[in-house]
Design a binder for this molecule. Sequence first.
Ligand code: BTN
Length: 268
Amino acid sequence: MNDVLEEPGWRALAVGKELAGRSLIFLMATDSTNRVALELAEQGGGPAVVVAESQSGGRGRLQRQWHSPPEAGIYASFLYWPRLEPQDLAKLTLAAGLALARALEKNTGLQPGLKWPNDLLLAGKKCGGILCECRLVAGTGKPAVVIGIGLNVNTPSRDIPPELQHKATSLRLASGRAWDRGVLLAALGKELDIVVATMEQGRFAEILAAWRKRDALLGRELDWLTPGGRVVRGISLGPDQQGILQIRDHQGRTHEVISGDITANPGS
Ligand code: BTN
């Protein structure tokens, strides 16, 4: 393993002002780049990306924390003002997952899988996650969307908390080599612009088709922990045209999963 990767792209980014055509705010440390980007949105800021070397309060889905040690991962929040209807905003999480998968495929040759709604997997373990947050900003007439991406890039095993060791990984752990986070982040910015533009053109079906090809859960047995605390066991049919996950239980009933936690049963 290369322990002394120079990451010239990341160093350039740390002193840069721009990333893939949008303004760049690079912070050595913050609580949460999503929080900073939402604040920017409330001030009416234009397309931007907030990047941090480390976060003390990285936010994940379902009120979880995103572990964000320095010199290891990408912690970035992209601010968009997309021309989308409110009912389409939730689909952006799937679109962002596809963008992240494509950026990695093109630049690392790795083949990540996607787990509904917001996880990126390598060899069945989570290496990345997405948290989209929206704000209606008074006087603008359109929603601001912050697409927050956490990706374990060069994270060594010792930086993965003990309780996550069995289910989390990094690009480096999965591929046996280190990667330049700057190169990956620039590629991600471009891929995000592509999927957001595709959504604005009303072509979510194309995103969904590409997403489904990478669906790590399709046909597998899952446990869905509903927001009400009930567990529903069934087979994943994948997301439907609205991006809502469909599960068929063993009595043949189909359930629509809008939120809650999904766990794939081992060996299924
Ligand atoms: C998840 O898997 O639950 C989503 C994790 C998203 C983490 C990223 S790190 C950058 C951005 N800032 C945050 O506070 N959260 C997102």
